[in-house]
Design a protein around this ligand. Structure first.
Ligand SMILES: [Ca+2]
Ligand SMILES: [Ca+2]
Ligand SMILES: [Ca+2]
Length: 249
């Protein structure tokens, strides 16, 4: 695709709302939205996430952490660092994070390209922990109600099987770049869609998993695959621009 046609959709990149289930508007048909969570918190707790983002339900407390085995929602990052990822540790009660969008492009959206970096900030004693991805076009920002469609190519499986240790999710091998194109959609202008990552409850203590460097493009031309999209993001200088702004991993 012509990279020059990609227009950065800046709306909401720095927008925050306190506790409402507000959706993130996507206004540019050939644009993309990104979120790196680095403008959240570097210590303490908050109930405010970037516009459209949800941890469980609106208003849930999310805590800055460098890796912990205690169940909860977390903004993962090295101690005192502003560089963050959004995620969770679950126990018997499954934890779910997600993001709620509205199609304001003026056209019907038939495809979505989704890209993110899965990060692991703790290895529990259990094995095969995972963030399981799904999308809904009728959940309207709820992460539980509505009809959900799994996209296994967008699951994040824990890359590090160590036992009971804190990890730095920014360091290899504790992260994975993940991308895929969701096809077969028909989201009318003004319609909404919700993406979610369900943290799998495993036997033994769970891993600390999160989502970072999220990007979504609307739409991807039918002839172009996810790998090309990821390559396009790189070629478009997204990562270089982030580094130029002082952002870390
Ligand atoms: Ca980040
Ligand atoms: Ca888990
Ligand atoms: Ca990170």
């Amino acid at each position: 695709m012509a990279l020059r046609r990609i227009i950065v959709c800046a709306l909401g990149l720095a927008g925050f709302v306190p506790a409402a289930m507000a959706q993130q508007s996507i206004t540019s048909y050939f644009g993309y939205y990104t979120q790196d969570f680095n403008s959240t918190i570097s210590s303490g707790s908050t109930t405010s996430l970037p516009t459209g983002w949800i941890a469980g339900t609106a208003g849930t407390t999310v805590t800055a952490s460098a890796g912990t085995g205690t169940a909860g929602y977390y903004l993962w990052g090295a101690a005192s660092s502003a560089e963050r990822a959004l995620g969770s540790v679950d126990n018997a009660a499954t934890k779910t994070i997600g993001v709620y969008f509205q199609n304001d492009t003026g056209r019907t959206v038939t495809q979505l390209s989704v890209f993110y970096k899965g990060e692991q900030w703790r290895a529990g004693t259990g094995s095969s922990d995972k963030l399981v991805f799904a999308y809904s076009t009728d959940a309207a920002g709820s992460l539980t109600s509505g009809t959900w469609n799994a996209v296994t190519a967008l699951d994040f499986a824990s890359p590090n099987a160590a036992n009971n240790s804190n990890l730095v999710g920014n360091n290899s091998p504790n992260f994975t770049y993940i991308g895929a194109v969701i096809t077969g959609l028909s989201i009318a202008n003004g319609g909404t869609f919700t993406l979610r990552w369900q943290d799998l409850a495993v036997t033994g203590t769970d891993d600390g998993l999160g989502v970072d460097d999220f990007a979504i493009a609307v739409p991807e031309p039918a002839t172009v695959g996810a790998g090309v999209f990821v390559g396009a993001m790189v070629a478009a200088g997204w990562f270089r621009r982030r580094r130029a702004r002082g952002a870390k991993a």
